[in-house]
Write a protein that binds this ligand. Sequence first.
Ligand code: HEM
Ligand code: MG
Length: 332
Amino acid sequence: PPPNPPGPLKDTSAKLVNDAAHPWRPAAPGDIRGPCPGLNTLASHGWLPRNGIATPDQIITAVQEGFNMDNSLARFVTYAAFLVDGNVVTNLLSIGQKTAETGPAPPAPAIVGGLNTHAVFEGDSSMTRADFFFGDNHDFNETLFDQFVDFSNRFGGGFYNLTVAGELRFQRVMQSIATNPTFSFVAPRYFTAYAESVFPLNFFIDGRKDDGQLDMETARGFFQNSRMPDGFFRANGSKSADGIDVVAEAHPLPPGSNVNGVNTFTPDPTSANFGTFCLLYTNFVNKTVASLYPSPTGVLRQALNINLNFLFEALDGVDPGACAQAFPFGQD
Ligand code: HEM
Ligand code: MG
């Protein structure tokens, strides 16, 4: 069986993480990178295996050690992504494209396609990656980064900060509504879009500075080159999605999607929103995960149940008893 998830760090102080043991190296031929600048960077510094194939426990340890991500958030995001994008039997996840390196995959409709897989976790209106509809949902996009810089200049005096995050999040949604006929902005993407808007503030700013102002050279380093600045210190104290409420309230939007081509954005009352957090979990487990595994048996079912349990424990740790556990594959 897979190991239990790692616990929180004992020492969450800021410290040098671009250190002698974790030098940046460019991805070698065959090394996989994907839509997440955080995980890409950890792989390019050797906090994760440099080939971009990792176990959930390696990812949790790396985001904690390398960036000081809070333990509950790290566990929740990691097991959620792993359940839909990873190989639960071999316990391996690709941080980018689908690959044979994660081992023999369970039968379709399971995808086991790595983090690049569209719609189960990765989603539309990313800040520096294009929508799947336009063909490449995972590589750094210079045009989008230029917009990131432009918004930082206009709203942040040259820095990405909480004000910029609120404006850029709204801009990316408006752009997708106007140009992407398949635009979807429902849970889980609804939540990850807002969370990822604050991650650069919480994790890409040097922990000794900690002033909520991300400069453009540092931003480009992480987003494009998967690279920490020289001498980079991780955040000072563990961080979660701090500031997400500010971003969401800057331009409130309901979850929804374009239902009949561009400019047909329609709210979706079946999606979870910020007022129905347990529904995020319940829909994800009972709809998204269950649709990939209609009738698992044996070791596959066992592995799914263990990882579903890890996911629920991460959620329950934040607010014990608030959400009821779901068992789409029955209980052992
Ligand atoms: C985006 C996975 C941790 C920063 C993403 C995406 C995935 C992902 C699949 C693509 C979503 C999309 O934009 O469509 C994960 C997983 C993590 C993790 C499984 C495990 C804990 C982190 C950490 C950071 C980070 C620790 C920061 C240090 C970001 C940012 C984006 C993103 C900024 C948005 C990129 C953009 O909008 O252009 N992540 N991530 N992530 N991630 Fe992560
Ligand atoms: Mg995306």
